[in-house]
Design a protein around this ligand. Structure first.
Ligand SMILES: [Zn+2]
Ligand SMILES: [Zn+2]
Length: 833
């Protein structure tokens, strides 16, 4: 293969586009120079800019989930981004005006926990404004690091649309959405028990509770009179101070005569009722259970159902309250130990056995959650379950099974969504309370954004009682309240109704299977409440990336791979091929280094093929008409069209693995192994001009089409090659070029069949030569081929490529009646003496 010389630059001089500075492909494809080069030129050339003024091209809007700026960007996050980008690039080439922003979901626990750790402070040790500053600082740093990886991955984000949920312009809209939903009756303040993380000291939503399997202990306790006790079993004796009843099953004959009587709580001496309820499992423990306010969700239900008293035994930072008498101030774990010891000494505990438990923990810090009741803000989501399920049916889900995740989740919710948080770095809740009459004074829409923690309302008096003593709300909003309006914010809500019409709902909502129950759910309920429709049309759900050992990826397992690593080792285009081809859309896939390496090998192959082709194309590309095409030219062009059809269909269905495999297979086998080998002799000087031009036309068409088809997956290498090819339309980037449509004139099955016969015969001859220990170049006197009757004619008419490729002087054809039709086999080679 010769190096492609500068003199073969195509197109008249002066037609060089901004992006085209070098006309030579280096000998080797080096991602570390090629990739950053194009990333910079794309950015400088503004080729991913959404054209807001353009009303002609149809828009395609992608609402991507803004990641938490945690600083970590593992290969799973990278896979997510690749999915967004495959679609964005494909749609752009299909002529859409693509709206592809990148946001950052800044607020919430992750950043606070991180700031506390990094700066070695506790949020309560500093004035809120100062703590917020630390959080902002940290957030900016982590965003910068993550952004670098996103760019390095070759993601075609329109950075002019970048947003941060902590920016006043953004959280102003979060506050506005709160006010609008409050007015519409969707938001209320109430005292209801909620999940609580004692480490983070805040309410958390059901979606933020994770379940972990742990080994616990089941203690058997005697209640009441020690001589005729009521025996109950519990895993949480530290909640005895909050025990308000004992519950048994109504049909449990061991206990039903005692229902309605009272018994006494050990250590605390309180008399409590014995109640009967269907939901008690008589086979668990002794069949009698403590009802505590609150051990679990069932306690919450029973407390409400039987109007039991509410005893607060646990503080917001996870310690026992004064209700626990001598145990006051102890952390729950320590209190459990001491109470078990005391009860054992008192002969109140008579048995303890191990118990495998699934307990709820805070998704962020893994601390076991408590259930704590205090006034909170809620969004009425339980009433929306039916609407959520109806809408889920109207949307396109890729893959379709992901829909069930949302439906099951909506059906499983027992409580309304608690939207207030007792944290600092978050969107302030825009309201004040009258200190005298507890009236709620909402911020005016025109005053937003506001921070009631340090600002006063524009109204100075309580409109109800006239008092001028007001206090600002100190609770803040759940971070999902910010991110769940992203689609509306991108679309210019509320000030730009024209833009909103064009961009809302978003065409695509791509995200991981793990956040269907949060992201997709919250977006849907908020949008239904605010706009009466779903915020997206299609949901593209990717599976989880598992570690190299197949387990969930986790730092402590040693199977964690940082997103930057494969990019540094093999480049973005190799990594992106793994993201596309590593698994089917929606299914979990392990991270495999071998597949990234395989991706790199493909790039090397493509590069070498491109260099060879470019070196053999003239500066003025000839137009080939169909009459000059040989049988293998027709085979190649027809196979190419079939591949275009397959790849297009795969992209339309978000099956990136099928698209990538089809392109790689065509390039590697049809083009490189077969066609190139069989057409090489036609490129030699002195060959018949018509035949040469036909081969050049086929090579050019194939390479140009491959560049376009692989551009969404391998944006860099395709650009490097595309810039060297003569183009019909002078487009400045492959990413702005038009996606190829299959040409029906070239899609002829008979073309494929005949050419395939010739190609197979050549392949068979090569094998035969190899078997005989002959070099491919070794000249042959004759080549004996057996073929079915109908194949003989085709081979006779097309013997030139067979003879020239295999360096044979003559073809000896014999009919094979036993072989399958349409097949041929080289049975003998005769070496030149
Ligand atoms: Zn926590
Ligand atoms: Zn008042």
């Amino acid at each position: 293969m010769s190096t492609h010389s500068t003199s073969t630059a195509r197109g008249p001089p002066g037609e060089k586009k901004d992006l085209t500075q070098s006309f030579i492909l280096p000998k080797e494809y080096d991602p570390s120079t090629e990739e950053p080069k194009w990333q910079k030129r794309w950015e400088d050339g503004g080729i991913y800019s959404f054209d807001a003024e353009n009303n002609v091209r149809p828009t395609y809007s992608i609402d991507t989930p803004p990641p938490y700026p945690s600083g970590e960007f593992h290969v799973g996050n990278a896979l997510n981004h690749c999915y967004f980008d495959f679609v964005a690039r494909y749609k752009r080439m299909r002529g859409y005006n693509v709206h592809f922003p990148q946001g950052w979901d800044c607020h919430g626990l992750p950043t606070e926990v991180n700031a506390e750790k990094t700066f070695k402070v506790k949020k309560n040790d500093l004035p809120p404004a100062q703590f917020v500053e630390l959080c902002r600082k940290l957030t900016e740093e982590t965003i910068a690091r993550m952004k670098e990886t996103v760019i390095r991955l070759g993601i075609s984000t329109d950075w002019r649309l970048e947003y941060r949920t902590m920016d006043p312009a953004y959280y102003k809209l979060t506050q506005l959405s709160f006010l609008r939903l409050y007015d519409a009756g969707y938001i209320y303040r109430g005292e209801h028990p909620v999940n609580w993380c004692p480490r983070c000291e805040t309410a958390i939503a059901e979606a933020e509770v994770e379940h972990q399997d742990r080994q616990g202990a089941l203690h058997y306790l005697r209640f009441g009179n020690i001589d005729s006790p009521l025996e109950i079993a519990t895993t949480r004796p530290e909640l005895l101070a909050a025990c308000v009843a004992v519950a048994v099953h109504p049909e449990d004959s061991r206990y039903n005569q005692r229902v309605g009587q009272k018994t006494e709580v050990p250590l605390f001496g309180r008399k409590i009722p014995i109640i009967a309820d269907e939901e008690v499992d008589p086979t668990f423990g002794t069949g009698a259970v403590m009802v505590c306010t609150f051990g679990d969700k069932l306690d919450v239900k029973w407390q409400n159902k039987y109007k039991l008293p509410l005893i607060r035994a646990i503080t917001e930072n996870g310690r026992l309250t004064g209700e626990a008498g001598p145990f006051k101030g102890l952390k729950t774990e320590e209190a459990r130990k001491q109470i078990v010891e005391k009860l054992t000494n008192d002969k109140r505990i008579y048995k303890t056995e191990p118990l495998a438990q699934s307990i709820g923990v805070c998704w962020r810090c893994k601390t076991p959650v408590e259930i704590i009741s205090r006034p909170q803000w809620f969004m009425k989501t339980r009433d929306m379950t039916e609407a959520v399920i109806q809408w889920a049916d109207k949307l396109r889900w890729v893959p379709s099974f992901a829909k069930q995740r949302l439906v099951d989740w909506a059906n499983s919710l027992d409580w309304d969504w608690v939207i207030s948080r007792q944290r600092v770095f978050a969107t302030p809740i825009p309201l004040w309370y009258c200190k005298k009459c507890e009236n709620i004074i909402l911020a005016k829409e025109t005053d937003l954004p506001v921070d009631p923690r340090r600002e006063n309302p524009s109204t100075t008096k309580c409109p109800r009682c006239g008092s001028n003593e007001l206090r600002g709300e100190t609770d803040v909003l759940d971070t999902w309240m910010d991110s769940s309006i992203s689609a509306a914010v991108h679309a210019g809500w509320p000030d730009n109704p024209d833009r909103f019409k064009r961009l809302f709902p978003a065409d695509l909502q791509p995200n991981g299977l793990d956040i269907v129950r949060t992201w997709d759910y919250y977006l849907l309920v908020r949008s239904l409440a605010l706009f009466g429709q779903a915020p997206y049309k299609t949901l593209l759900i990717n599976g989880m990336v598992r570690g190299t050992d197949g387990r969930m990826m986790h730092k402590s397992y040693g199977n964690y791979v940082e997103g930057r690593e494969p990019l540094q080792k093999f480049g973005a285009d190799a990594f992106r091929q793994w993201a596309a081809a590593g698994g089917s859309t929606g299914y979990d896939t392990p991270f495999r280094w071998t597949e990234v390496e395989h991706g790199k090998k493909f790039l090397t192959k493509l590069w070498n093929v491109a260099r060879f082709i470019l070196a053999n194309l003239p500066s003025d590309l000839p137009k080939a008409d169909q009459t000059s095409l040989t049988v293998i030219d027709k085979w190649l062009l027809s196979s190419l069209q079939k591949m275009v059809q397959e790849v297009t269909e795969a992209f339309e269905n978000f099956q990136f693995n099928l698209a990538t495999e089809a392109i790689r297979d065509f390039t590697w086998h049809s083009l490189a192994d077969n066609y190139l080998e069989a057409a090489k002799y036609r490129l030699q000087p002195g060959t018949d001009k018509t035949s040469q031009e036909a081969a050049q036309h086929c090579l050019h068409q194939s390479l140009l089409t491959i560049c376009k088809l692989i551009a969404p997956v391998c944006p860099h290498v395709s650009e490097s090659i595309y810039q060297q090819l003569s183009k019909e339309d002078g487009t400045k980037s492959v990413h702005l070029s038009q996606w190829p449509d299959p040409n029906p004139e070239l899609l002829k099955p008979e073309w494929v069949g005949q050419g395939q016969l010739v190609i197979d015969t050549i392949a068979s001859g090569r094998r035969k030569k190899a078997e005989k220990g002959l070099a491919l170049k070794a000249p042959l006197k004759a080549l004996a081929v057996q073929a079915s009757k109908e194949s003989l004619g085709v081979l006779r008419e097309n013997q030139e490529p067979i003879l020239r490729t295999l360096k044979a002087e003559a073809l000896q054809l014999t009919e094979n009646d036993t072989g399958p039709p349409g097949q041929a086999e080289v049975v003998r080679v005769e070496v030149v003496a």
